[in-house]
Design a binder for this molecule. Structure first.
Ligand code: KIV
Ligand code: ZN
Length: 508
């Protein structure tokens, strides 16, 4: 049985997808959980892209103990230098170099000849190798490249010291059979292939990312790049959970498995969607809400009487059970803290105290507090963990079907001064956002607004996510309350605080 290494790029390729950006703390939480899941490599970002990315990569590199940490870098000396600076504290660092190899990209973007690309490959792999033992070369747009040229690029990289070669299907263009054949060809024709790992990286534009990755494994790939929940550029990347479970359930067919702790899959998936606010589609394989529901009705997992005669795998295999104590207003701090930890969060004592107080308040309003409620509470507290330029003092809404909605909002500034403004709008939420804009004195545009109920029931908490932009800067915000207008106002203020924090930090 071959053991396939899982290279997780949730924090890099995944983070590049709309709505999935994460701050440093969120990346660290996610990286720790990915390490518990047992992934072999974690790509923490592109350190050379910005100071923020650099800081995140460095923080993840310093934090992790068992997973290898990597950062993608253009094959340029100055980018490699800053990538290494961010990675060098990692216990197991890897520099991940990227060079386009298709004629389309060579002509349109790189403006270099094939010969020049070969020279750059040799020079930059050698340069990176002097800094780091483990060097990966990704041939961007490999599936639209001339296979013979691709083989030469990899041969050159291996001769210069590359330890891993990656064959990205960057635009999600290939088919399973074609991709498998390409990998088989490369493994058979590249000199030195037996000394390096062959890696796949598939995008899901045609819905084939996982199938392509599995064919790559059958053809001899030893490492697979993927993301949790399949997030990533455009239609996303190959979903980690689908590849891992396909190998687990059909290991004898593939002759391969991973050493991923699959019982951590559900927790990791939930943590990601809680952090990003991007929900998993209900019918998503493995981690979707309905993945283990039977046609006869959506029964709570754990009370299902069905067994493997109806399922390819048991829900417990991905860590999905309801066998834990239901939390309510009589639950103590200990049981609550245990549940927060089980959900994958490590919080400071201060946050834990605030969280417990909010949990008690919520338990007074709701009969039972579900995991979803706890995740939402954690998310809302973590979202507030930035310096607050504004905090909500009070709001009064006047709305109805025969009057113009009016909102009066009072905010406290960082200096303690209170400012109150009144505005009208198309509805109470719009009126409130207009009033807040008047207070902060900025031209703020609402780019995205989404509202949802955390659980079922009339006592459910409402959660609101917003994205705003102002003068070219973009920020996200999150708000949670049993009152959806309040949740909207809190989300908007949170986004304004994030916007001010990010723009003033960049100016410093
Ligand atoms: O899709 C792609 O080509 C990539 C590479 C950088 C690996 O993400
Ligand atoms: Zn990609």
């Amino acid at each position: 049985m071959r053991e396939i290494r899982i290279f997780d790029t949730t924090l890099r390729d995944g983070e590049q997808s709309p709505g999935c950006s994460m701050n440093l703390k969120e990346k660290l939480d996610m990286a720790r959980q990915l390490e518990s899941l047992g992934v072999h490599v974690i790509e923490a970002g592109v350190a050379s892209a910005s100071q923020g990315d650099f800081n995140s990569v460095r923080a993840v590199a310093k934090e992790l103990r068992s997973a290898r940490v990597t950062s993608m870098s253009r094959a340029l000396a100055k980018d490699i230098d800053s990538t290494w600076e961010a990675l060098r504290h990692a216990k197991c660092p890897r520099i991940h170099l990227l060079l386009p190899t298709s004629d389309i990209l060579l002509e349109s973007r790189l403006k270099k000849s094939r010969q020049e690309v070969l020279e750059q490959t040799a020079e930059m792999v050698r340069y990176a190798k002097k800094l780091c033992e483990d060097v990966e070369l990704s041939a961007e747009d490999a599936t639209r490249s001339d296979p013979a040229f691709l083989a030469k690029v990899f041969e050159t990289a291996i001769a210069a010291g590359a330890t891993v070669v990656n064959i990205p299907d960057s635009i999600g263009y290939t088919t399973p059979e074609e991709y498998g054949n390409l990998i088989r060809f490369l493994r058979g024709s590249v000199k030195g292939a037996e000394h390096v790992a062959f890696s796949s990286h598939c995008h899901n534009d045609l819905g084939l990312a996982v199938a392509n990755s599995l064919l790559a494994i059958l053809a001899g790939a030893t490492e697979v790049q993927c993301t949790m929940n399949g997030i990533g550029e455009r239609a996303g990347n190959a979903a980690l959970e689908e590849i891992v479970m396909a190998l687990k359930v059909r290991s004898s067919y593939y002759g391969a498995d991973t050493d991923i702790d699959t019982a951590q899959i559900y927790k990791t998936s939930r943590l990601l969607s809680t952090i990003t606010g991007v929900k998993v589609q209900p019918n998503k394989a493995i981690v979707g809400e309905n993945a283990f529901a039977q046609e006869s009705g959506i029964l709570p997992v754990g009370t299902l009487s069905v067994n493997l005669s109806y399922e390819a795998m048991r829900p417990e295999a991905i860590g999905l059970t309801t066998n834990h104590i239901v939390l309510g207003k009589h639950s103590g701090r200990h049981a609550f803290n245990d549940r927060v930890r089980e959900l994958g969060y490590s919080v400071t004592l201060d946050i834990s105290n605030t969280l417990f107080k909010q949990f008690k308040d919520l338990a007074d309003k709701k009969k039972t507090v579900s995991d979803r409620d706890i995740e939402a509470l954690v998310r809302s507290i973590l979202a507030q963990e930035i310096p607050k330029s504004y905090a909500l003092e009070r709001y009064v809404i006047n709305s109805g079907n025969t009057i113009t909605p009016t909102s009066s909002i009072s905010l406290t500034g960082a200096d303690g001064a209170r400012v109150e403004k009144v505005a009208i709008g198309f509805g109470p939420v719009d009126a409130s956002f207009n009033a807040i804009n008047k207070i902060v004195g900025k031209q703020v545009k609402l780019e995205e607004y989404s509202i949802g109920a955390v659980t079922e029931g009339r006592d459910a908490q409402g959660e609101v996510s917003v994205k705003i932009s102002s003068e070219g800067a973009v920020a996200k915000g999150y708000g949670l309350s049993t009152d959806v207008i309040e949740a909207s106002i809190l989300a908007y203020i949170n986004a304004i605080n994030n916007l001010i924090y990010e723009t003033t930090r960049e100016e410093q």
